[in-house]
Design a protein around this ligand. Structure first.
Ligand code: FEO
Length: 170
């Protein structure tokens, strides 16, 4: 059975992952209002990914005999300024999530909870990908600057993203 301390920490993380979903669907709405439908699509996929992250923790906690306690989800921002500012905000958020995953891993190590260590490794690896995919968009947005044709091309490219749930168990 999972310790109370680890259970509480995972419940906090479930809340962070659900907030992540909230943040990205708020960005999705903002992009849709700017007629940047490809970027809205990218955020839609990102939001679904966050929901998967939350439910993976949720299911793990139950599997380990823990109790899922859902907390209130903070209100996300509704205005993101420019596409570059929005994606920069997303990267900042992913860096915060990576830090919180690392702290969970530190706790699992401290508690000699080998099952949680093994489980959390998936998230450690996932965060590398999460940060890299947002950073890639940021670099492209910086490359085109104020060029609307360039922005149009990036929007088209991001419109091709399709969310597919990871093959690992949910
Ligand atoms: Fe669930 Fe984007 O980290």
């Amino acid at each position: 059975m999972i310790s109370k301390k680890m259970q509480d920490a995972i419940n906090e993380q479930i809340n962070r992952e659900l907030f992540s979903e909230y943040l990205y669907i708020s960005m999705q709405a903002w992009f849709a209002n700017q007629n940047l439908d490809g970027m809205a699509n990218w955020m839609d996929a990102q939001g679904k990914e966050e929901r998967f992250h939350a439910m993976k923790f949720f299911n793990y906690l139950i599997e380990r005999g823990g109790k899922v306690v859902l907390k209130a989800i903070d209100k996300p921002a509704t205005d993101f300024g420019t596409p570059l500012k929005a994606f920069t905000e997303a990267l900042k958020h992913e860096q915060f999530i990576s830090k919180s995953i690392n702290e969970l891993m530190d706790l699992a190590i401290k508690e000699k909870d080998h099952a949680s260590r093994s489980f959390l490794q998936w998230y450690v690896d996932e965060q590398v990908e999460e940060e890299a995919s947002v950073d890639k968009v940021i670099q492209k947005l910086k490359m085109v600057g104020d060029n609307s044709q360039g922005l149009f091309m990036i929007d088209n490219e991001l419109g091709t993203r399709v969310y597919t749930p990871p093959a690992t168990e949910a």
